[in-house]
Write a protein that binds this ligand. Sequence first.
Ligand code: GLP
Length: 243
Amino acid sequence: MAEVIIVKNQDEAGALYAKSVADLIERKPFAVLGLATGSTPLVAYEHLALEVRDRGLDVSHVRGFALDEYAGLPVEHPESYRSVITRTVVEPLGLDPKHVHVPNGALETIATAGADYDRAIEEAGGIDVQILGVGTDGHIGFNEPGSSLASGTRIKTLTQQTRVDNARFFDGDMNQVPTHCITQGIGTIMKARHLVLLAFGENKADAVAASVEGGVSAMCPASALQLHPHATFIVDEAAASKL
Ligand code: GLP
């Protein structure tokens, strides 16, 4: 079973993540961070920015790879994951934007962009620590239920549920949410040396219970973490309430 840490609140979760990543950067200035979007990881990035500042860490060599991107959404769009990662990670941490990669969702090149992205991760030496949120249906990155557990980075169709969940970032209008995305595959994610999945609130309780205690199944992509040699779930009491 994966390691499960139940914390009192989001701040405690963010502080745990930040301490372990700051220790990593201290040991390994060329650390490779796996980044995620969504509201869940924000508290972790805020705490990491404070650790970086307080410890005076040199992050100029740190590399980052985001999990996913919408397909066909211009990168300049404020809700493109490139924009979100720039705003929430690159700028507050002071990372070098050249060293931070987001899958390329441009439609013209999307057929080959996935394999290129996986190659770039390998060439960087692989991801040291991958932060993950989880969708209410158990998706990680944008690997919706039914995604192959061995998948690499590729184009995917977003489910209705995910488009409804993400409409809040698009003026509450689901029709503005793109229909497709490019996402690291579950196989790609599983290659990271350490996986840290954060989940907060009661609406994640079913997904957390299925991921931690359910059978490993493509119908719950986050359940793949049970097969990983170093996976940590950091959840608040509400998200842990169905364990
Ligand atoms: C999106 C992202 C996922 C994220 C999920 C949950 O679908 N692609 O990486 O885990 O949303 O988001 P939130 O953390 O806002 O609940």
